[in-house]
Each structure stands twice: as C-alpha cells, then as structure tokens.
Write a protein that binds this ligand. Structure first.
Ligand SMILES: NC(=O)c1ccc[n+]([C@@H]2O[C@H](COP(=O)([O-])OP(=O)(O)OC[C@H]3O[C@@H](n4cnc5c(N)ncnc54)[C@H](OP(=O)(O)O)[C@@H]3O)[C@@H](O)[C@H]2O)c1
Length: 412
C-alpha cells in the first residue's frame, strides 16, 4: 500500500464508496450531496473523502429531469421508458476544485506566466518593441501565437527584432510598423496605417521611453522626454481608442517606473504646470524629466482607465524592475557605468517583461484597471500618482497640446 501511495496510485474508486447508511443524491443544477438516513442529515462533502463534487455535462440523450409531488427530483429515460431517482450523470462526476489564481513574483519569467495561454486570437501592439523589455514582451507574446506589431522608430532595428523572433519560431506572426513618438504626425500616420489593416486591437503596451537624454525639442516644439514617454502615447491611445473599444475586452499596459516617486508635477499654486513637464533648456535636468514622465505614465493610465473601463478597455501601469541592462542607459556615460555595476544583481529580460505580461493576460485582472503593479503584485504608487484631480489636469493639458500641435482633430 505504501508503495502504491509513493507511486501516486493509491487514489482508487473505492475511496468514493459510501459508508453504510449514506446515500448520494444530486440537486437540480447537478451538485452532489450526501444523505445520512440514520442521523437524518445531509451534507455537501463526501463523508469519507471530504470532497465536493458535481455532475459533469448534460443529461444523456432521451433523459429528462422532473419533480414529484413531494418536490423530489427524478429522472425519466424516455427511450427505455423508465424512471429513477438516481441522476444518470452521477456516473460522471468531477471534483469541485477551486482554482486559485497562481501567484507570481519578481523572479517569474514572462513565459511562465503565459504557460497554457493560447493568444492566437489576440492582436497586440508594443511601442519600442525592438529592444530591452519591449522586445522580450513581444517575443513572449509571439511565441504564444499572438499577432504582434512592433511599433518602432527605426526600421533597421525593428526588422532585426522581427527576424530574431522568426528565427526562434518561423510561424510567429510578428511585424514591424513605423512609429516615432517624438512626432505627432508620425503617431497619426501609424494609427492610420494600423486602422487600414482592419485588425482588432486587444492589448496595447505603451513601453517606449528615453532616459537621461540631452535637452532637445521635438518637431512639435515640446521637450522630447515628455513627448516620447507620455504625450506620444497619449495621442496614440486617443487615435486607437475606437479600435480598442470595438475589440473589448481590451487592455492597455503603460510602462512606468519606481522613479516616479522622486518628483511631482504641480506648481506652487498646486496646478499642473507645462513648464515643469516641458521645461526650457535652462530649467532642464534629464533625470528629473524622466521621473516626471514616469509619473505622467501612471496618471495617464489611471485617467484612461476611468474613461474607457465602462467600454471594456482597462489600463494598468507597471514598474518592470530596477536598473535592468537594456538600452535605456545609453544616453549618459554615468548611467551606463551604474547600470554595468548593477548588472549582476538585476532581473533578466524575461523577468523584466513579466509584470507587463501579467497585466496583459491575467484572468483575475479581467475588467480591472487603474492600478500600479511591481513584481506582478499590486502596489501603492506615490500620493500624487493616486490623485484623481492631477490625472484629470494632465489629461486636459495633454488634450490641449495635441489639439494645438497636431494641427487637427484627434480622433480619426
Ligand atoms: N531598464 C530598466 O531598468 C527600467 C526600469 C524602470 C522602468 N523601465 C521602463 O521600461 C520601458 C522599456 O525600457 P527598456 O529598459 O527596455 O529600454 P530600451 O531598451 O531603451 O527600450 C526603449 C524602447 O523605446 C524606443 N523609443 C525611444 N524613443 C522612441 C521614439 N521616439 N519613438 C518610438 N520608440 C522610441 C527605443 O527605440 P530605439 O531602439 O530606436 O531607441 C526602444 O525600442 C520604458 O518605459 C522604461 O521607462 C525600465
């Protein structure tokens, strides 16, 4: 017996045998319960195993469920012209196992979260999907069958990324499209080109960013970190919101960072200030510009969720991990030095992509948004990131900027 237990073969039908005096019955909707005739009591749990069970599937062909004068359910087999109080489905019962959502953490690779997920009916756009965390996110989705679009500014780099995924799995449905978030014109052209494909859009990952760049104005006259990290994504979502709505349930995931905690966006009067978001060269400090843009990411995600979740489109923001060795450090030698020092202790790219992937597919997050995740756990962002009026002010300011500078109405 011990050997059978060791081999996992001791789980036989005999354990389902009822002790004397017990009877197995079923409710109208197929749940089994157990009646003890001696003690005149009933219970849901099997008296020996403690398991709850229910009947699987429909009644066999020709059978019907009816209720007698005392209210007891019986079954009629019309083909063989007989009646019984025994539910014929009791021969095929299944255990009532409560499937709890699996817990993931900072060590979980993205591909582990996707285990068992078939994404072949999903269309996913990832901005900046040609490198770092965006690439690993795109690769993970593509290996699970999704149609993945890398929205990237550089054709050579994005084609290389597409080829890397195809080399791994030649059937992957992955393509690159041009999107430069530093140009509202390019964002509009991307949205038009995407809409021309007449595809749905189930997941949009706003991943692209730059960090510690020298001060530069975009062609729209705004500081480039702010426009690339926030305003370009804001405009992109505005242009694609109808497609997202038609594809609902749809999810947006916005990549932020824990560095959002080291700043705020309000002026001395407590108002959202454009000169803080898009400062002049004299007022510019590249790290602060990045932190502010990352705070914008959470505020944007929250307000987006508030507006679109009633239409089946939810949005969550994520921190992917600390100082992962991607290309993000490349604009400043000091950052490159620090990232090199931290490299042995930071997450792998697969672990860096995990929180984004989790927010994009976790069934327990269906219909839920307006949250901030780190290491696949919901966590509390800074006080300003939680402030609904800051989120609304940023939204209204962004709407104004897009309207003034894109030279036309936002919605296509
Ligand atoms: N690495 C970390 O430790 C870390 C920590 C916290 C948060 N994050 C966040 O994670 C996200 C991904 O960053 P990463 O570390 O993977 O960095 P990355 O390797 O530098 O990836 C950034 C991506 O954004 C793209 N991009 C930059 N400017 C663009 C523009 N104007 N238009 C379109 N795409 C543009 C880049 O394209 P090119 O290749 O053409 O430059 C690149 O593909 C970012 O939102 C970042 O803030 C990263």
């Amino acid at each position: 017996m011990a050997a059978l237990k060791y081999a996992g073969m001791d789980d036989t039908d005999s354990e389902d045998e009822l002790p004397p005096g017990w009877e197995e019955r079923s409710t109208k909707d197929g749940w089994l319960y157990y009646a003890n005739h001696e003690e005149m009591k009933t219970q849901w749990e099997h008296p020996k195993t403690g398991k709850k069970k229910r009947c699987a599937g429909d009644l066999p062909y020709g059978w019907e469920q009816e209720t007698d004068a005392k209210g007891q359910i019986f079954y009629v087999d019309h083909i063989n012209k007989r009646k019984t109080y025994f539910d014929p489905r009791q021969a095929f019962t299944v255990e009532d196992v409560q499937v709890k959502p699996k817990r993931y953490d900072g060590n979980t690779p993205a591909l582990e979260i996707l285990q068992g997920h078939d994404l072949s009916d999903k269309v996913i756009i990832i901005t900046g999907g040609n490198s770092g965390i965006g690439f690993e996110t795109a690769r993970s989705f593509a290996l699970h069958g999704a149609h993945v679009i890398l929205a990237c500014r550089n054709k050579a780099r994005s084609s290389k990324a597409v080829n890397r995924i195809l080399e791994e799995w030649h059937k992957a449905r992955v393509e690159a499209m041009t999107l430069d978030l530093a140009s509202l014109r390019s964002v509009r052209e991307f949205a038009e080109a995407f809409k021309a494909k007449k595809l749905p859009l189930h997941i949009l990952v706003c991943n692209a960013a730059v960090c510690t760049q020298p001060w530069r104005l975009t062609e729209d006259g705004l500081e480039s970190t702010f426009q690339i990290c926030h305003l370009g994504h804001f405009y992109l979502v505005q242009l694609l919101q109808n497609v997202l709505g038609r594809s609902a349930p749809a999810r947006v995931v916005v990549l932020s960072s824990e560095s959002h905690r080291f700043t705020d966006l309000l002026d001395s009067c407590g108002k959202m200030d454009l000169t803080l978001l898009s400062p002049s060269q004299k007022e510019y400090w590249s790290m602060l510009a990045y932190n502010r843009a990352k705070l914008c990411n959470i505020l944007f995600s929250n307000e987006l969720n508030r507006r679109l979740s009633p239409h089946g489109v939810t949005s969550n923001a994520v921190h992917p991990g600390n100082m992962m060795y991607t290309s993000i450090h490349r604009s400043w030698w000091l950052m490159t030095f620090l990232f090199n020092l931290a490299r042995p202790f930071t997450k792998s790219m697969q672990q860096g992509a995990a929180t984004t992937v989790y927010c994009a597919v976790a069934p327990e997050l269906e219909g839920l948004g307006g949250m901030y995740f780190n290491n696949c756990f919901r966590c509390v962002p800074s006080a300003q990131a939680q402030d609904p009026s800051s989120a609304l002010s940023l939204w209204e300011l962004s709407e104004r900027l897009v309207q003034e500078r894109s030279g036309g109405p936002q919605a296509l």
